[in-house]
Design a protein. Structure first.
Length: 433
């Protein structure tokens, strides 16, 4: 039988990390089995559903590469269908009218059980379940009712969703039974927890996918990191392409307990992807980020921007981090780090060293890292100082920061027209006379 999964967001907010992980697992399972991954919008709550949220959700799914099959379906367009099914139950006497509403009567004392792919057998006694509203008095269906009708109509074979829906499942099973519908395999995946093991919230980091995109996380890294939230390929494999994840994806390897969202690990993983991201992928992202920060100028030479990115990408956790580290190369103003200035520039003798280095550099025939380095070593030798005594202050003078890639590569990329005035400027204004 063809595998059919679905992602069923309610467009009442931006795509949340938990929902994105649910969408990913459904997508992976469908792709793993050459099945279908459907997208169903649960928008019966007209007051809370917003077009902008829907667009954001679809956009974030596309950004992650979680493409869906066929047309998106909307519950709000199927109200007649739900009413018709509810009326069947009315006619059979399993549901009753309560004013405008239609309510399913639950027979107490029955055992409802199902075999969850993650948790194994789960049992409920109907004593714990109240009568279920199917159609509310405003004519809209409840989630539990519409969900069953849709999952059945869409021939969903595997319902993969968060653990928080386990308590809904027996209510849905009662409806499946009453309507004699085939029951899908339920797969309840563990909730996402923060590193303190409490439910993931803003305290642990951004909760919307959009925010991670804006911070400069790469979609490949998001997919990889999210795939490991509650699932593992076995062994100590962590960095995997979406293809490798798809091939290895197996419901048996989904854990029962909470998946820990560790922002540090997420950043570490993103850094791995930054390192190998091709320039054409990074360039527009860096440009967008610099623009958002007001650090972009249209005069910047695109090839030069590429050189800056190549120089820093293996040291950056995210695009945003890369932009922060390189800000001083893009803006006229240098973002001086006060500690770095204190430690490297506000020291006796530094002004002279920087002036002398600037003077050596003015005479360079070729502005290459090799020559920049040779000039530095020569100066150090003449003055009987360590090369580091030139390198550290020069790095702060040019970039404002005490950390970064090799100084000579920075200077080469920064260019004569930035470097020499900056060395002199720092000597004149920041160093003690
Ligand atoms: N709209 C529901 C939610 O976002 C769908 C739950 C389900 O997958 O059945 O939680």
């Amino acid at each position: 039988m063809e595998v059919r999964t679905r992602f069923a967001p309610s467009p009442t907010g931006n795509l949340h990390v938990g929902s994105a992980r649910t969408a990913l697992f459904n997508w992976l399972y469908a792709r793993r089995h050459q099945g279908q991954f459907l997208l169903r919008v649960e928008d019966t709550d007209a007051a809370r559903s917003k077009r902008e949220f829907l667009e954001e959700i679809l956009g974030s799914l596309q950004w992650l590469g979680l493409t869906w099959d066929g047309e998106v379906t909307y519950q709000s367009k199927r109200l007649d269908r739900y009413r018709a099914e509810a009326e069947k139950l009315l006619n059979e006497g399993t549901a009753v009218r309560d004013g405008q509403a239609i309510v399913f009567k639950v027979t107490p004392g029955q055992i409802i059980e199902f075999d969850d792919a993650v948790h194994g057998e789960i049992r409920f006694n109907t004593l714990e379940i109240k009568d279920q509203v199917l159609i509310k008095s405003d004519g809209t269906p409840t989630y539990n009712f519409a969900c069953v009708i849709d999952d059945a109509d869409q021939k969903i074979t595997h319902v993969i969703r968060g653990d928080d829906h386990i308590s809904n499942t027996p209510k849905q099973l009662l409806i499946y039974r009453a309507l004699k519908l085939p029951i899908p395999q339920f797969v309840h995946i563990p909730l996402i927890l923060g590193t303190d093991r409490s439910r993931m919230s803003k305290r642990h980091g951004a909760t919307a996918i959009r925010e991670y995109r804006l911070m400069g996380f790469l979609p490949e890294a998001v997919v990889n990191f999210f795939s490991l939230l509650g699932w593992s390929p076995g062994g100590d494999r962590e960095k995997m392409t979406i293809r490798e994840i798809t091939e290895a994806f197996d419901l048996k390897r989904i854990g029962k307990t909470g998946a820990i969202f560790d922002l540090k690990k997420f950043s570490w993983m993103n850094a791995l992807y930054m390192k190998e991201a091709p320039l054409p992928q990074l360039k527009p992202l860096v440009e967008e980020n610099l623009k958002a920060k007001g650090w972009w100028s249209d005069e910047l030479n695109p090839a030069w921007v590429g050189q800056v990115i190549e120089l820093y990408k293996s040291r950056a956790e995210t695009v945003e981090d890369l932009c922060r580290q390189t800000q001083g190369l893009f803006t006229k103003e240098i973002p001086f780090d006060s500690e770095a200035v204190e430690k490297r520039l506000k020291q006796p003798g530094v002004a002279e060293i920087l002036q002398e280095y600037a003077a050596c550099l003015e005479k360079l025939s070729n502005w290459t890292s090799d020559q920049l380095e040779a000039a530095c070593r020569e100066l150090a030798e003449i003055r009987s100082i360590k090369a580091a005594e030139v390198i550290h202050p020069a790095r702060v003078a040019v970039t404002g920061r005490s950390v970064g890639p090799s100084l000579f590569h920075i200077l080469e990329v920064a260019g004569r027209e930035r470097v020499i005035p900056r060395l002199r400027q720092a000597a004149a204004t920041l160093c003690p006379a």
